[in-house]
Design a protein around this ligand. Structure first.
Ligand code: FAD
Length: 471
């Protein structure tokens, strides 16, 4: 079997050698030509089309250890897929031994101590489903099909970020298999350097097998959903968004979205495909209070649709899922912002009006709050001055439309990037964004990350990620 080495060369691995790995695994091995191999190697962003030499569907930590040892012994490139939602396709590498973690989706909730232990292949929805049984939640992202591990290792933000910080701020422990094939536990008092680096430094230090999350009382009922207006109202709606977001208590998170209206049942048919502006709100505190807080949004102007209501927390966590299907082509540009400048809002409206696809959007996520309260070097994620995320989100179906859609996103970004804090979200970087952008995302924490990398992975075995070179 031909596999790729760490240096990118092709190496022949004898069938007996590969069979020995296979025999030692509990999970199945998927090979080119098999339907399950195709399903596993394809990810959310269909712009990514890579072929690992073999895929191991890991069934437990023992399988992960066996694969890491095999890769080390034979100098083989490893890649690892959690939820397969990384837009740059970091999960998949040509010729690699790919670890697909999707059979490891167990979640154990300890409601008394308010901790959930989740296996590394979990999707966000897996964790919400189990924790909500106890009226608890961890700080996760906006689309329930995203993988917890990629999200958490890059920082992570969602509706609860303003109350409790980056997802990685709420993590109390991470288990991983390191380059020497050892299973290592990390926490604030256990392999502290590694624990610091894992919370923002991505998959650079090993293959994560499980994560411990702090849980918080949330729901089961919250107030959340969308209100939409015709795009002509965007200047006024964005001003409402800006003023409400600036004054918002931490329980409230607001997202502004400008895009062609999707064919959603809550929007009238005649609106479908026409440009709209929407505010997505989530109040995660007491619902009675939340209804009062979001009332000005519902009462504003003449909405074309309004589904901002009391609903289960688990429901809002999946509300955007249908807008982000696996298999479309995606290209994003994004920046952290400290505030919404009126001129930024004007530019966002101008670029939203030029969207060349029915699926793309200009989005402003509100973050800030608790994440701003910690020091920049609290963990590797940094960006403690970020209060909003600007996401220029290109999404379309045909390869023939790549150039037009990518050009739109790049043009919008060049026009708005001057409003950035200087930082950007490492998990939103696309395939063509390189070391300059990694530096922007990790800032001054990059130097310490390089030292930790040198200690734990001096040969840079874990390199199919936002790679930090050992120093
Ligand atoms: C539709 C959509 C919505 C999103 N919404 C949000 C959001 O609300 N908030 C937010 O913060 N982010 C969001 N993201 C970004 C998301 O955090 C990243 O895409 C993240 O990489 C997804 O994790 P994954 O496990 O699915 O990634 P994968 O594509 O499976 O993996 C990407 C990389 O993560 C690392 N990794 C994954 N598993 C492991 C492991 N077991 N051990 C070590 N490293 C591992 C590896 O470096 C791997 O290459 C969203 C992305 C998409 C596509």
């Amino acid at each position: 079997m031909k596999m790729t080495t760490l240096q990118g060369l092709e190496r022949d691995i004898a069938q007996d050698t590969f069979n020995a790995l296979k025999m030692g695994l509990r999970g199945p091995v998927l090979l080119p030509g098999e339907a399950a191999y195709e399903e596993s190697r394809t990810i959310w962003n269909s712009m990514i089309d890579r072929r690992p030499a073999a895929i191991v569907h890991c069934l437990g930590t023992g399988d992960v250890v066996a694969c890491v040892q095999f890769a080390r012994d034979h100098d083989i490139l490893l890649s690892v897929k959690g939820g397969g939602h990384n837009i740059a396709g970091l999960a998949v590498a040509d010729g690699s031994l790919m670890l697909d973690m999707s059979l490891m989706r167990g979640v154990w909730v300890d409601p008394r101590n308010r901790i959930a232990h989740a296996q590394a292949g979990c999707l966000l929805g897996d964790v919400d489903r189990e924790t909500q049984l106890h009226g608890l939640a961890s700080v996760l992202g906006f689309v329930s099909l995203t993988g917890i591990t990629g999200l958490t290792l890059g920082g992570g933000f969602g509706y609860l970020t303003r109350r409790w910080g980056w997802t990685s701020d709420t993590v109390t422990g991470i288990d991983l298999v390191t380059a020497d094939g050892r299973l290592v536990h990390t926490a604030s008092d256990d392999n502290e350097d590694l624990f610091w680096g894992l919370r923002g430094g991505g998959g650079n230090f090993g293959i994560v097998t499980g994560i411990d999350y702090t849980l918080f009382p949330v729901g089961p009922e919250i107030v959340g959903g969308l209100v939409a207006w015709p795009a002509g109202e965007a200047p006024k709606v964005l001003e409402l968004y800006r003023t409400m977001a600036e004054a918002a208590p931490a329980e409230l998170t607001l997202v502004a979205i400008m895009r062609p209206a999707p064919p959603a049942p809550w929007l009238p048919k005649e609106v479908h495909g026409t440009p709209i502006v929407a505010i997505l709100a989530c109040w995660s505190g007491n619902p009675e209070e939340g209804e009062k807080v979001v009332a000005p949004i519902k009462a504003f102007g003449k909405p074309v649709g309004d589904v901002l209501v009391r609903r289960p927390y688990a429901q809002i966590q999946a509300l955007l899922d249908a807008t982000q299907p696996k298999g479309r082509r995606y290209y994003w540009k994004s920046e952290y912002l400290a505030r919404i400048e009126p001129t930024l809002a004007e530019k966002a409206i101008i670029h939203a009006a030029k969207i060349p696809s029915p699926f793309s959007a200009v989005i402003l996520f509100q973050i800030g709050g608790a994440l701003n309260d910690l020091a920049t070097d609290h963990s590797a994620v940094g960006n403690r001055d970020a209060r909003y995320v600007l996401n220029i989100a290109g999404s379309w179906e045909r390869a023939a439309d790549d150039a037009a859609n990518i050009a739109w996103a790049r043009e919008a970004w060049s026009d708005m990037k001057s409003f950035s804090t200087g930082g950007t979200y490492i998990n939103f970087l696309t395939e063509d964004e390189g070391s300059e952008r990694i530096r922007a995302a990790l800032g001054n924490n990059l130097a310490r990350l390089a030292e930790i990398k040198a200690k734990w992975d001096p040969a840079n075995m874990f390199r199919t990620n936002r790679n930090i070179k050992p120093r």
